[in-house]
Design a protein around this ligand. Structure first.
Ligand code: SF4
Length: 213
């Protein structure tokens, strides 16, 4: 499919640019191969934290992780109490491996994310020894401006709907940044990862599929 060919070519450019920023990148055509690769990066007995992510559910990564001999901080476990999920968010800050998606990656290799609570971006920035970001190639954008626009008009509105939030974008599909404030506002904590001091702490795993928001 032409779309997939374009995604692969664009991802290859991003992967080169991630390298120059001290980060790893790898591309897979499908979720299964991507999930196998991610599983191979995790050592037995590791504590693995998870960011809030539709991608890791859609890709089947969460199911793969559940089969591994690891201490998975499984915030998506059926019937889990909200209090335990809150604890897991804190525990994830000190995990061996933190797995998440992101909201946009620029062609030049900047990883752009936005959280309601901030726990996901906090773990991506500092704490976990390794960070693995699984993302659909559909999240590659041309610039930081496009990344922010993607978050305001594609990612955040869908998250607002997912969490039954009251922000206006969930009703209209259009961001009203100027007037969107507490308590409705979802776009509270932003991060732009431009690079890493520790080579290879972050690995971005691209999948040639439309995944997540
Ligand atoms: S700032 Fe508010 S209206 Fe805009 S995308 Fe975020 S939550 Fe929606």
């Amino acid at each position: 499919m032409p779309e997939k060919t374009i995604w692969r070519k664009r991802a290859e450019i991003v992967i080169d640019n991630l390298k120059r920023r001290g980060m790893n990148g790898v591309y897979f055509e499908n979720e299964e191969e991507s999930n196998e690769f991610i599983a191979s990066l995790i050592k037995k007995g590791s504590t693995v934290g998870l960011g809030g992510s539709t991608t890791i559910i859609q890709s089947g990564l969460i199911d793969k992780l559940r089969t591994l001999p690891i201490n998975l901080l499984d915030r998506y476990k059926q019937g889990i109490a909200k209090e335990r999920v809150d604890e897991m968010r804190i525990e994830s800050l000190r995990s061996d491996v933190f797995i998440s998606s992101t909201n946009a990656i620029t062609i030049s290799g900047q990883i752009v994310s936005c959280d309601g609570l901030g726990n996901r971006v906090a773990s991506m920035l500092y704490g976990p020894k390794k960070v693995i970001i699984q993302t659909g190639a559909n999240k590659i954008v041309n610039s930081l401006t496009e990344a922010i626009e993607r978050i305001h008009n594609i990612a955040a509105p869908q998250n607002v709907i997912r969490f039954s939030g009251d922000a206006i974008c969930g009703k209209t599909g259009i961001c009203d940044d100027e007037h969107c404030r507490y308590p409705e506002r979802f776009c509270n904590s932003w991060s732009i990862i431009e690079g890493q001091s520790e080579q290879g702490r972050i690995t971005v795993v691209f999948v040639g599929e439309k995944l997540g928001f």
